[in-house]
Design a protein around this ligand. Structure first.
Ligand code: AP5
Length: 188
């Protein structure tokens, strides 16, 4: 089974590259951002709380995210080839929780870290914001999301480096070039 943790700042290309990986390797794709946006769209009370956090560019609490991931892993079909975890983990506590959950099911994962210069991230997200309709794709919130990424998510690189499954990728290049780098890692 091939499990991939796809990490990177907002706009680094996690969703874009997930699409290519799904197509070539037949993996399942779990985007925690999509799961949370679906909860918002449902109009539930929980969705309203999540909306308040996401639209300000803040992270949703770890315990809530843990429930999402636990349910997902417990319901994986027996013939699953593996999962792309897109946007999870985003804190060291989430990384530790995922390691334990995967171990419980005799699984592990590699972490692919999409590294992109900040100016490029902002350009991409401003451009996407013209059509995405996402409440968090505006300059102020984008800057805050990037700061949250540096403070809370970047440290997980050290966690995976320490665990020996860290794979950095230069995400500044074209979509195709970035996918080539990912293919080289996955085909090893
Ligand atoms: P989420 O939906 O995961 O958003 P994000 O991390 O901010 O990432 P984005 O979707 O903005 O970007 P991406 O890296 O997927 O890039 P994409 O491929 O779209 O999370 C949203 C929010 O949910 C979080 O802020 C948080 O509040 C909450 N949340 C989610 N998970 C959580 C968790 N685990 N814990 C707590 N809270 C959580 O590309 C962006 C744009 O760039 C696109 O227009 C694309 O076409 C373009 N592009 C991509 N690659 C390239 C390239 N190589 N060259 C040129 N353009 C490119």
């Amino acid at each position: 089974m091939l499990n991939i943790i796809l990490c990177g700042a907002p706009g680094s290309g996690k969703g874009t590259q997930s699409g290519f990986i799904v197509e070539k390797y037949g993996l399942q794709h779990l985007s925690t951002g999509d799961v949370l946006r679906a909860e918002i769209a449902s109009g539930s009370e929980l969705g309203k709380k999540i909306d308040d956090l996401i639209s300000k560019g803040n992270l949703v609490p770890d315990d809530l995210m843990y429930g999402v991931i636990e349910n997902y892993i417990a319901s994986l079909p027996a013939d699953c080839k593996g999962t792309i975890f897109d946007g999870y983990p985003r804190t060291v506590a989430q990384a530790e929780a995922l390691t334990s959950l995967l171990a419980k099911y005799h699984m592990d994962a590699i972490m692919i870290d999409l590294l992109v210069d900040e100016q490029l991230l902002i350009q991409r997200l401003i451009e996407r914001g013209k059509v995405s309709g996402r409440a968090d794709d505006n300059l102020n919130t984008i800057r805050h999301r990037i700061a949250v990424y540096h403070n809370q998510t970047e440290p997980i690189a050290h966690y995976y480096l320490h665990h020996g499954n860290y794979c950095p990728v230069n995400g500044n290049h074209s979509v195709e070039d970035v996918f080539l780098q990912i293919e080289r890692i996955l085909d090893k």
